[in-house]
Every structure is written in structure tokens, then in C-alpha cells.
Design a protein around this ligand. Sequence first.
Ligand code: XMP
Length: 521
Amino acid sequence: MLHAPMTDRILIVDFGSQVTQLIARRVRESGVYSEIHPFNKVTEESIRDFDPKGVILSGGPASVHHTDTPRAPDGLFDMGLPVLGICYGEMTMCAQLGGEVVPTTEREFGRAFVDVMEDCPLYEDVWQPGEKYQVWMSHGDKIVQVPPGFRAVASSDSSPFAVITHESKPFYGVQFHPEVVHTLEGAQLLKNFVHKIAGCAGDWTMANFREEEIAKIRKQVGDGNVICGLSGGVDSSVAAVLIHEAIGDQLTCIFVDHGLLRQGEAEQVVETFRDRFNIKLVHRDASDLFIGELEGKDDPEEKRKIIGRLFIEVFEEEAAKIGGADFLAQGTLYPDVIESVSFTGGPSVTIKSHHNVGGLPERMNMSLVEPLRELFKDEVRDLGRELGIPEDIVGRHPFPGPGLAIRLPGGITREKLDILRQADAIYIDEIRKADLYDTIWQAFAVLLPVRTVGVMGDDRTYDYACALRAVTSTDGMTADYFPFDHDFLGRAANRIINEVRGINRVTYDITSKPPGTIEWE
Ligand code: XMP
């Protein structure tokens, strides 16, 4: 369990649904702190320890008829707490309280409509009796009889029990997923549960978080010293500024510049953190070392390994020069901490060996300061705004640790890096001008190791081809290519070919993930 702050909180019991994290996000968006705990770790005692004002049981892939069916602790229903069961959560609540649930051949999946029969606190001021509303369903079991004391207040084509409620206890069940955007008023339903039914105050704000976290950092660190790897990305930037606000010059940031950053990025990091925030910052220009070792290496995994190894070596060297640090700060986020429920078990395949500062803590044998452990990415951005970090840093698209090295398939040279930087900067500039930057999850240029023939003026050219990539996503795990209009693509391509020496052809990548990945390597 995380160290929950002093605000009202909601416990989400995870039964392994793909979208459990969205429940936590919707609850937090309504100003209430929530945590996800895997069902197999939740006991009556752990619930009492966490002290929630309400409990949400998530969906999940199991059927209540499987052997070893996941269950909520039976005592939960006697603790006087409001409970909302979503999808599988509704099924298990019914099964555990004496209702009857059966597997069905008529699986309901995707968009569906519910008919509201009666008023219910869950949709008070949102849904009206006698009307139909769009929801998103994904379930295989079906309730045939609700437990004693329950009744249905809304139904759908394939289920007479789309929403159920108890006559005297604050128990609710929904067969659809209110946490996904396709359930149009879903966020309001969750807000009703959390505020009106569970009575949470809604004081989980980034301003409060900032105060509490600063106090926690001071308590943890005392008069010790902290070092922090700063990359210019959102997470390390926000962690650094927050820690600096807590302990001032007891913090030193180390910025390992591997020479694989985007245009103007290294200067911006130094200017923002050293000059504006007055943070003690070591800027180590290690570009010769990185680019030297990468020369002639064109295997993506080998590139990643080299960069990861050198990063740790250089970081350790700089940390040793500073000397005497007791703590290592990391921008770990909540999605990295949530213990996931795995029904499949077994190791998953490594698609890419992600490089970041993972691995440093074990090697350096230091205690960790991780002030963002409780936050989702969008909350980190809000906190960054609260701390006064410029929008072009907090709102920035994700950027991989190995940087431009994995956007240059084939061998890396300084010349190619320069060409890629210019093309990328023009592309991003056009995206910003078209006011699309914030709609897109990630956009970048890739310089291909292919030269093609072109004609400019009366001359033949023989230059590199460049691919443009832009995707929408919510977490980077799956992604769709962004549907630019052709005018936009024409404009960006034209500028790149005219303004960047070394590129004479531009293509647009229309691969989704899966089967592609976001980065090319
Ligand atoms: P892929 O290419 O695997 O990327 O679809 C998913 C997300 O992760 C980022 N990415 C990385 N981030 N170190 C990082 O810190 C890495 O080695 C790395 N590789 C990919 C990628 O930019 C996208 O946002």
C-alpha cells in the first residue's frame, strides 16, 4: 500500500480488467484520492487500514463460475461502506450476497443502451427515468436473480439488471463500464458514487498534494543530500522542482547530455532549471562518448544497451564527484507501482529493453525519494503547472531515454543527427501552428537509412528519406496513427524538403500499435 494522504479516499479492488486504471483516474479527476489494490491482497484488515469512504469492485476477465473465482472479502459487505460493483464486480457482489449468476452464450460487447426505469442516487441529476442512454458493455456472465434486498433500476437489451441497487444499504452494481469514455455520462456516475453516496469531500488537488508532499520529503530527507537524474522530460523535471522546493540546495541534479536530444533541448534544460529555478545542476556533455560508441552499430537492441550502460557509468562518475549523497530521486509514477493482477502468469516477451534510470538504485545502494509514486501522468503535468514549470516542458510529448538514436535506423553520425533534429523541429512547429500538439500523444520524425533520387531546380539530388509519425494513445501501450489532412502533410513535407539539406523525400507512417510500435526501433 502507498502512504495515503490525509484526504478522503476510495479503494478500487482490481479483478484484472484492462481498464481498472481508468476507474482510478475518473475518481481522482473528481477530486478524490483513490488507489488500486489487487483482489488477492485485499482483506478486511487491509481495508480497515486503508480506511476508504467507499469501495469500487472492478471488472475482470474471470467468470463467477470459474474454479478459484476471485472474490471480494466477504466481510466487506458488513463494514457499512458504500460499494459499487462494475461488470465482474457486480457479478461477484451478486454471487457473494446470495443472487444467481450464470454464464451466457449471448455475450454483450461494445456499445449498448440502457433503459432507465427508476431514479437512483448513482445517476441523480444525470439520467432520467423513461430515457435511454449509451453505455459500453463487456461481459460474459448474466444475473438471473439479484440477492435479497436488491432490485434492478435500469436494464439493457440483453440484461434486465444493467443497474441494481439495495433497498437500504449503499450497494450498487452496474453491468457496463462507467470508466470508459464510450459510456457517455460514466464519469458523472462515478462522481455521484464518490461524492453523493460515499460522501467524499473532493479536496484532492495538486495544491494540497504539493504541500503534503513537501512535508513528506523534508521528513524523509532530514539534513541529508539528494541527487536526481534530470532528463528534461516531464517526470524528472517535476520531481526535481518539487524536491528543490522542499529541500533547496540539499538537492543536486545531474543532467547527462548524451547528444541524442531534440533541437534546443539541452540549452532549455540548463536555462530552465539552473537559471530560472536556481537548482544546483551538473550538466555533463557526454555526446562524444555516446556517439563515439554508437558509431557503426545498427542493431536496435545493441544501441539501447550501449546507451543504458553509458548513462549509468556517466551518472555514477558525476555522482562520485559530488560525493556524500544519501538519496537518489526518481520520477517513478503510479502506473509503474500498481501491482497488476495477472491471470496468465509466465514471463512476457521483451519487445524492447527500455532505457531509463531503472537499474541505478540497486547499483548505487541509495535510498529512493519518489515523490510522484502516487500520481498518474496527467496529474504530474498538473502538478508541474502548479509548480510554475513552463508549459513547453510539462505539456511535452513523451521522449524515449535513448533519444534520437532509436529514430535513426541504421548507423548514427553527427551529420544524420543534425538532419533529423532539423526535420523534427519543423514538423513539430507545423503541428503547433495547426494547434494539434495537445491532441496528439506523440509526434516525431525518423530519418531513414535510405537515399532516394530527386530533382530540385534543374539538379538531381540523392538524399535521405524521412518518415513522419504521429499517434494518439492514452498510455503508450496501444496507439492509432493520427489522421492528418493532406494539406497539413503537404505543408510539413514541403518545408522539410526545402529547409533541410540532406532530405529530399518525406513519407507518413500509418501503422497502429499493435502491430507496430510507436518508435521505429
Ligand atoms: P514503443 O516504441 O515501445 O513505445 O511503442 C512506447 C512508449 O515508450 C517510449 N519508449 C521509451 N521510453 N525509454 C523510455 O524512457 C525507452 O527506451 C523507450 N523506448 C520507447 C516511446 O517513446 C513511447 O512513448
